[in-house]
Write a protein that binds this ligand. Structure first.
Ligand code: G
Ligand code: G
Ligand code: MN
Ligand code: NA
Length: 249
């Protein structure tokens, strides 16, 4: 696999890899956090999206050093934004490493980052991996101060059974629901149900993929706590984000 060798090289040298940050907006309209998203500029193929290289990294185990690299970058960068939290995506594969929790804790310590400002995003598939020690790992991370967000909520198996067994702080409504708003009543019903569930369980509810004012207004009225999407900003470099924040009133 060419892409594997090239990714290994990129990781060893840092060449072509970057972490960008997409703002998350609170209900009062202020930026409250950012999601760290990996970018890879390949020397000959150009931009390769995460949807292509993350699966390769997962199959080859490279996701373990890659995930640690992203976390370290995000923690270091976030020291410039002390009022914001930073969210980092975790792959289920990272949870299979026995020392995973210790390594995550070591990275926040090394970078001088407060774990209470770090949110770890996991997908529903992570929670289905019942025998892997994942549940114990999530509990330990939470006790170490990290917040846990359930990403792509509603697209996986959506067994609601795990919500009372796993301690999570936030659910992120998948952008497929956001983007179906205004196309009939079903998406609206799903969003209302997720917000009600989140409120009943004292979870923060974030909507992803917000692109229009109509979607924003609907989500705001529905009681969604946070929003993220191109309407507010795409993911930008750490430098650009620092500049954007300094220009806000
Ligand atoms: O912008 P976007 O194309 O960046 O991201 C697509 C998907 O790739 C995201 O939904 C996210 O789940 C995944 N992704 C992006 N960056 C990372 C990362 O650093 N680690 C993991 N595990 N997934 C990531
Ligand atoms: O972690 P995850 O699946 O949720 O990552 C977010 C992904 O969604 C990234 O690929 C990011 O570029 C993308 N994204 C963020 N905001 C929007 C948006 O408003 N519209 C669309 N179509 N994609 C978005
Ligand atoms: Mn995410
Ligand atoms: Na998502």
């Amino acid at each position: 696999r060419m892409i594997e060798e090239d990714l290994r090289h990129a990781l060893a040298t840092g060449e072509g890899l970057e972490v960008v940050y997409q703002p998350q907006i609170g209900s009062a309209g202020a930026v409250v956090g950012v999601e760290a998203l990996a970018r890879w500029q390949h020397p000959t193929h150009g931009h390769i999206p995460p949807s292509q290289f993350i699966p390769v990294a997962e199959q080859t185990g490279l996701i373990v050093p890659f995930g640690e690299w992203v976390l370290r970058q995000a923690c270091s960068a976030s020291r410039r934004w002390p009022d914001l939290y930073v969210s980092v995506n975790l792959s289920p594969v990272q949870f299979r490493v026995a020392s995973f929790v210790d390594r995550v804790v070591a990275i926040v310590q090394e970078t001088g980052c407060d774990p209470r400002r770090v949110e770890l995003e996991v997908t529903e598939s992570v929670l289905l991996d019942e025998n892997s020690g994942t549940i114990a790992a999530l509990r330990r991370l939470r006790h170490a101060g990290f917040r846990i967000a359930l990403d792509d909520f509603g697209t996986g198996y959506s067994s609601l059974g795990y919500l009372h067994r796993f301690e999570v702080d936030k659910i992120k409504i998948d952008r497929s629901f956001t983007q179906s708003l205004g196309q009939g009543s079903k998406a609206a019903a799903v969003v209302h149900a997720i917000v009600a569930l989140g409120r009943a369980m004292s979870l923060t509810v974030t909507a992803e993929g917000v692109e229009t004012d109509t979607q924003k207004n609907f989500l705001h009225t529905a009681g969604c706590n946070e929003m993220q999407g191109f309407l507010f900003s795409k993911a930008v470099s750490a430098e650009k984000l620092t500049q954007m924040l300094s220009q806000l009133p």
